[in-house]
Design a protein around this ligand. Structure first.
Ligand SMILES: [Mg+2]
Length: 169
């Protein structure tokens, strides 16, 4: 069960993700978390850097969508700015959330990667659903109160991961 907490890859940000590696792994679809993964928490603005990266992702032949547990209008606004399909109110880490996203992408589990900043929703959920997983560092340090506890646990897991080099790929 502990192994399900470890991502296949770990990057500082989405911009560091090696798209060539993903292709070689047979990835066709990318499921992106929203808060602290593609925009800072509470931000309503898609940056030019994000837009440029998404254009590259599309040009390389990947399909992408946003999967967020959030449901506020801000989330819809960000998705519209980057022109990506959105699955909101997703209830990650439940498997159904990832299945909904794969239906949107038209990809199978082994062709799909989940990218997110939280181990217990994005990585754990993605692994349970049988997808590839990428963990990125959260963009903002202004964590909402309810995520702080999980963040501490995540730090422990990452430390252990770095120390022992445990990963599933
Ligand atoms: Mg997040």
């Amino acid at each position: 069960m502990l192994a399900k907490l470890f991502p296949d890859h770990y990057y500082n940000s989405i911009f560091d993700i090696n798209l060539e590696d993903l292709k070689q792994d047979g990835i066709k679809g990318i499921i992106l978390d929203l808060d602290n993964t593609i925009v800072a928490r509470n931000s309503s603005v898609a940056t030019e850097e994000l837009k440029g990266w998404l254009q590259k992702v599309e040009a390389e032949g990947f399909k992408a969508c946003i999967l967020s547990n959030n449901w506020k209008q801000r989330v819809t606004g960000v998705a519209a700015q980057v022109n990506l399909p959105l699955v909101a109110r997703a209830a990650k880490p439940r498997k159904g959330a990832f299945i909904r996203a794969m239906e949107v992408l038209g990809t199978r589990d082994d062709q799909t990667v989940v990218v997110g900043d939280q181990i217990f929703t994005d990585v754990f959920g993605g692994n349970l659903a049988g997808l590839h997983t990428i963990l990125v560092m959260p963009m903002s340090n202004h964590e909402a109160f309810h995520t702080r506890f999980l963040r501490q646990l995540e730090k422990l897991v990452i430390k252990r991961w770095q120390k022992h080099g445990l990963h599933s790929s």
